[in-house]
Design a protein around this ligand. Structure first.
Ligand SMILES: NC(=O)c1ccc[n+]([C@@H]2O[C@H](COP(=O)([O-])OP(=O)(O)OC[C@H]3O[C@@H](n4cnc5c(N)ncnc54)[C@H](OP(=O)(O)O)[C@@H]3O)[C@@H](O)[C@H]2O)c1
Length: 248
């Protein structure tokens, strides 16, 4: 059996824990420096996962923006941007949305077996549709990604997906970037929904790093014992890649 990918969950929230406002247009939580930090995190991962509602609502491209980072990936033999992954039961995905049309990296759509034929007809020409049984369990999804060679997975929302990954204890590292304002509207999506999470007042998560990013703060939590080894290896990999690119 292949090891599960190393999972980083990255999210920006308001001070009151919201991911967005209730109604369009999309709320911008990050500042420019934080968007650039997220771009670097993306560049270090093999695949990015977002829920289907994020695809519908935000129409994200999910590409590495920086030319230098795309070049660094290519030198390392990777696709210029990570694979894109989404999950749906309704199959309400527009094949003309940026998730499917932007970039030439592989795209995967996970769904229940009962919906697979219908979803394949809709987006099968632009993505690989993977059926995962009666209901899609995130444990099965990450195991399937591992079998496909994904070693590092970045989970980028929204709250429904966060909740399942965190409650199933599948996240190795959590990045929470907090923006300095409130949303104050319970109709808006939250960072997570109700669930039994592995971290409670009796079992506190480990805070690994706190960093100020302009007017935001980045909280980095180590949620598994793979964190320390991965952190050290990641620094080594980055240093050797920079040398290969002639960068300091
Ligand atoms: N601030 C941030 O960093 C950030 C990042 C990303 C997103 N967001 C925001 O988050 C909001 C969306 O979050 P959300 O919680 O509403 O939705 P979401 O997590 O993006 O997507 C939920 C959808 O994913 C599919 N899904 C999730 N788990 C599934 C499972 N086990 N099996 C089958 N399908 C599954 C379902 O799609 P179907 O409905 O198609 O069945 C479900 O409705 C948006 O407003 C977006 O802007 C914010």
């Amino acid at each position: 059996m292949t090891d599960n990918p190393y999972v980083t969950l990255s999210s920006a929230t308001s001070l009151d824990g919201y991911l967005d406002r209730a109604d369009p247009p999309r709320l911008t939580l990050s500042n420019d420096e934080d968007f650039d930090r997220v771009d670097e995190v993306r560049a270090r991962n093999d695949a990015i996962l977002v829920g289907a509602r994020t695809v519908r609502r935000d129409n994200p491209r999910l590409l590495v923006r920086s030319f230098a980072r795309r070049a660094r990936r290519q030198v390392a033999g990777m696709t210029s941007s990570p694979w894109k992954v989404t999950v749906t039961a309704s199959g309400e995905l527009n094949p003309n949305s940026a998730f499917f049309t932007a970039g030439d990296t592989p795209k995967l759509v996970y769904c229940p077996t009962s919906e697979a034929a219908r979803i394949r007809r809709r987006v099968g020409h632009t993505a690989v549709v993977v059926e995962l049984g009666k209901d899609v369990a995130m444990t099965d999804l990450v195991a399937d990604l591992a079998d496909r060679g994904i070693r590092q997975l970045l989970v980028e929302g929204g709250g429904t997906v966060h909740t399942q990954f965190l409650a199933a204890n599948l996240v190795d590292e959590l990045h929470l970037a907090v923006a300095p304002f409130f949303v104050g509207d319970q109709r808006a999506p939250r960072f997570v929904g109700d669930a039994r999470f592995p971290w409670t007042s009796d079992r506190r998560a480990t805070l690994a790093d706190v960093r100020q990013i302009g007017d935001m703060v980045l909280l980095r939590y180590a949620l598994s014992d793979r964190f320390a080894r991965h952190d050290a290896e990641d620094h080594y990999r980055l240093a050797t890649k920079s040398l290969a690119m002639g960068m300091s």
